[in-house]
Design a protein around this ligand. Sequence first.
Ligand code: AMP
Ligand code: MG
Length: 422
Amino acid sequence: MLPVQEAIEIILNEVAPLGTETVESLHASGRVIAEHVLAKRANPPWDNSAMDGYAIMAADAVAATEECPTKLKVLYDLPAGSFPHAPVGPGEAVRIMTGAPVPDGADAVVMVERTEKLEESGEVLIKAAPNGGDNIRYSGEDFRIGQRVISAGTLIRPAEILMLAAVGQPEVTVYKRPVVAVLSTGDELVDIDKRPDKGQITNSNGYALAALAESAGCIVRFLGIARDTRESLTEKLNEAIEADAIITSGGVSVGDYDLVKDVLSELGSTMRFWKVALKPGKPLAFGVISGRPAFGLPGNPVSSMVAFEQFVRPALLKMAGREAIFQTTLKATITEGVRIRPGRMNFLRAVLNTEGDDYTVTPLKGQSSGAITTMVDANAYIIAPPDSSGFGANETVRVQPFDASVFLADTTDYPATKETDD
Ligand code: AMP
Ligand code: MG
């Protein structure tokens, strides 16, 4: 049996990022950026005030206290959006708002709460001695002109959109989204809206695999069901090879495999068929048809989803241009013991939760590769290494959450915070 990591390596060696296209930054969320973004401007663009207050020369107010304030002449008001028209000199101050450029000469902003305006005389009392630099955000302290602010291969999240807007980039070059053909094979299958006859079941895998491909940022071409005949498979796979990648389910167990292999070979693919040391999900076919990867996943619903997660998702993410293509794992304390037959890397459906500051994980009963209920109840896999014969309660185990970001049912346990500046 082929180790899981080796199968992943072989597959990843055969796939490469697709071409690129330009989209509006406003609609680029979820895409993968195909260019390094170099800042055409600095942030902040000029030294500016972090507070509403008075821009002064710090040296003027070294002795200022509540009881013995320093009196300065207010030259003018400087709201955000305006630019200073005169520097600040000794004995002078400018009333400044958050975000407004700090006038030349000034090297500190005293927050308004530590001042008192004398309206009649046009003066201000400074009631606390500032340090040089207080409440000033310096030009370029966030990023400088020419600095790389986003790297190619990054998933565009709202934070990257913030950056694209901040550097004034209305459009962005992204990788094309892979078009993925999803085909289910089996004489026993009927479509979702048909009532299964004796001996028939609904094609559930096709729907799950379509959803998984979409969750990897792909466009799905849903091809429905191919029968276990040469004609039906040939017809459907001929449609499938127009996509960037092909995913089939079923027909890769030892008995059936020859048919799928024959048809794919006729279409120009050298298929490789492995027994991968993965449970569930042992049988796996992989080939490349005119540059496009074809994944033959097992028919059992859980097996096909586990195999997608380990083999197909990283490949699709690589095709989609992503640099980070592997799912996060974390450590959790297993709440009860579980026995496993060693020999294959085992993915146990489980419920991940928190308890105090720790993650806990509970394996679900019913780990059959046909048990759809446990897929629905689970939010994570426990990954047992191939040599493991199980875990005792309270052991630390490695867990792969179903989603890259884990959401838990409880409200966020916010830490108590000290004072913040906004
Ligand atoms: P196979 O790999 O074709 O031998 O299928 C293994 C098991 O998975 C059988 O019980 C099939 O009925 C079941 N199966 C195959 N394809 C699907 C599908 N698209 N949806 C649900 N179950 C399936
Ligand atoms: Mg079958």
